[in-house]
Design a protein around this ligand. Structure first.
Ligand SMILES: *Cc1c(COP(=O)(O)O)cnc(C)c1O
Length: 429
């Protein structure tokens, strides 16, 4: 006869711990992840597996253009998946053709190629530049220091940050880096082998630095003069984030000659798919057929699901005037942040950006914030997370806000209060 033993105490479920251990055991440690296990979201709100609510001002790093779990995307996915989920690029289908037309209408005469990510879209730009210069033996692409263009071998070669290339040499040949917003440096870097110049409209990973109007117009004139392609990485700063479809349209607003400006090619991704992995690049009319049949391709690029989603996102942005929202809510947010910079000069150095692409630079002098062991940007990000707000740290001293384009004013007010609370704590600290 067995003793009657009481059942063991119920194990307290700790999903966060269990999920994190799954990662530790099975997922490569390529990301410096924050201590947060997410469960679900709605609009600009997210909940972790323990039920705590967060305001999401990172937007999946500029991806979730309509916020989390938007009904419009769910509907587009369901509707399209009932018809055709995948279609090889051996054939034609409506969503890809319609999306290409929509992008051409937004940018200008030209053609599109579809990829699955930003790095792949940039890869297309590199191949375009090589094809463009091939017969004359030109292949070099000038890019900017502190840029970010993705993680493939060519994209890290294009990226002007040593930390991203380290460990992966030899680099793909043919990239030269020059200081951003420095037209004379770009001119000086041109060699007989140069085929193109590639810049971001607003450098994101380096702490949110917009190109100046003079730089954009100067690069256009320089590329015309030297017969180079002007390539524009709009992966992070594009898709209405600044209030206009592409950031150059916003930067050049009201600038004489600005309406005439157009790069020769533009890469897109992130907000384009709103969370569905997709990328694209647009090429201006005279060069749009350079990548001819058989020269470039992608199995999933331009698949019906992704294109249906991207089309739906464009129509929601248009119907709900989210370009105007990005501009107005972004300005409201920047004004609020500026007030905090003025109130806490010992904590904040500067706020910069356009629309809903904003960087807040932290002071390098504040002792507590700059205590050894952790970068100030990460420390501030951790404190904001504890307060219930998610942001993206970049570099050592900048936190980035890249929220959904349908972010509400009330959410901005709540977010500002959280930032103010963290600052107040540091100020007495
Ligand atoms: C995110 C990003 C990329 C790379 O996009 P992936 O989809 O991660 O490949 C390229 N350029 C810029 C400016 C980006 O912000």
């Amino acid at each position: 006869m067995k003793d009657i033993v009481p059942p063991p105490p119920g194990i307290v479920r700790n999903d966060a711990f269990e999920i994190q251990s799954l990662f530790q055991r099975n997922v490569m440690p390529t990301y410096g992840r924050l201590d947060l296990v997410l469960s679900h979201g709605s609009g600009s709100q997210l909940w972790d597996v323990a039920g705590k609510r967060y305001l999401d001002f990172g937007g999946g790093v500029a991806v979730c253009s309509l916020g989390h779990a938007p009904a419009a995307i769910t509907e587009a996915l369901v509707e399209q998946s009932r018809k055709l989920i995948h279609c090889s690029n051996y054939y034609y289908h409506a969503p890809q053709g319609r999306l290409a037309e929509a992008l051409v209408n937004l940018i200008g005469p030209g053609k599109c190629f579809f990829s699955n990510s930003g790095a792949e879209a940039n890869e297309g730009l590199f191949k375009l530049a090589r094809k463009f210069g091939q017969e004359e033996g030109r292949f070099e692409i000038i890019t900017a220091l502190n840029s970010f263009h993705g993680r493939t071998l060519a994209a890290i070669a294009a990226t002007g940050q040593e930390k991203i290339k380290k460990g992966f040499y030899p680099a793909v040949a043919g990239f030269r880096h020059v200081p951003y917003n420095d037209l004379a440096a770009a001119r000086a870097a041109i060699s007989p082998a140069t085929a193109a110049i590639l810049i971001e409209g607003i450098q994101g990973e380096s702490g949110v630095t917009p190109a100046t109007a003079e730089y954009l117009l100067g690069l256009r004139a320089l590329c015309n003069e030297k017969n180079l392609l002007l390539l524009y990485d709009g992966v992070q700063c594009g898709h209405f984030r600044t209030g206009r479809f592409q950031s150059y349209q916003r930067i050049l607003e009201g600038v004489p000659g600005g309406e005439m400006f157009r790069p020769d090619a533009i890469s897109m991704a992130k907000s384009l798919g709103g969370g569905f992995p997709m990328g694209a690049f647009w090429v201006r009319a005279p060069h749009a057929d350079l990548l001819s049949a058989g020269t470039h391709g992608s199995t999933y690029g331009g698949n019906p699901l992704g294109c249906a989603v991207a089309l739906k996102i464009l129509s929601v942005i248009q119907h709900e005037q989210l370009d105007q929202n990005a501009r107005a809510t972004g300005e409201f947010f920047q004004t609020g942040l500026q007030a905090l910079v003025t109130r806490y000069p010992e904590i904040f150095r500067e706020v910069r950006g356009l629309g809903l692409m904003i960087g807040l630079e932290l002071s390098a002098d504040h002792a507590l914030l700059n205590a050894p062991g952790k970068a100030a940007a990460l420390r501030f990000t951790n404190s904001l997370q504890a307060a219930g707000m998610l942001v993206i740290p970049t570099g050592t001293h900048v936190i980035r806000f890249l929220p959904a384009l349908n972010l509400r004013r009330a959410e901005v007010e709540e977010g500002l209060q959280m930032i103010a609370a963290v600052a107040a704590e540091l100020a007495v600290g």
